[in-house]
Design a protein around this ligand. Structure first.
Ligand SMILES: Nc1ncnc2c1ncn2[C@@H]1O[C@H](COP(=O)(O)OP(=O)(O)O)[C@@H](O)[C@H]1O
Ligand SMILES: [Mg+2]
Length: 161
């Protein structure tokens, strides 16, 4: 498990970029945290680090935004407005469990029962003016991913923005 201090939005993006560098196909990342905690900001950093140049829209209303970035296929979900997890089937979620697509899922607790198990769970929380981040592996692939981020002590991203 890693803890990090995220002292600015740019630092949250930097954490996302750092995760992008350690990603493997098929990774499922849950993004936990209350409204405004920085989940979309982290997703933006990750998606841009994979080579996306345009804006990264929050999928608040569309529920999902798909990306094809070179070899990477990625789906960014935001389940905040999901009423019934059963809807996810109609949105094509199951077709995305193919071992290749990367899934970034905000508000995974709202899709309970319909989602693939996570490899990594990220929890963002308010900490003064900034945020705190906690990264936990939830599978063998997730442990390898976190190991690639660096084993040695807590990730300290403060000031790397
Ligand atoms: N580490 C941070 N410190 C301060 N503000 C941050 C940090 N990370 C993100 N923010 C800001 O918090 C606001 C909400 O971020 P957002 O990513 O949309 O949250 P969420 O998706 O969790 O609701 C944005 O204005 C963003 O720039
Ligand atoms: Mg969001």
């Amino acid at each position: 498990m890693f803890d990090c201090i995220l002292d600015s939005a740019a630092t949250t993006e930097a954490l996302g970029a750092r995760l992008a560098g350690a990603l493997t196909p098929g990774c499922v990342i849950y993004l936990h945290g209350e409204l405004g905690a920085g989940k979309t900001t982290l997703a933006r950093g990750l998606i841009q680090a994979l080579g996306h140049h345009g804006t990264v829209k929050s999928p608040t209303y569309t529920l999902v935004e798909p990306y094809q970035l070179g070899e990477w296929r990625l789906f960014h979900w935001d389940l905040y407005r999901l009423v019934d997890p059963g809807e996810l089937e109609f949105l094509g979620l199951r077709d995305q469990f193919d071992g290749q697509a990367v899934l970034l899922i905000e508000w995974p607790e709202r899709g309970r029962g319909e989602l693939p198990a996570p490899d990594v769970e990220v929890t963002l929380s308010y900490a003064g003016e900034g945020r705190a981040g906690q990264l936990e592996a939830a599978s063998a692939a997730g442990r390898r991913l976190l190991a690639r981020l660096g084993y040695e002590g807590p990730l300290n991203l403060t000031g790397t923005a």
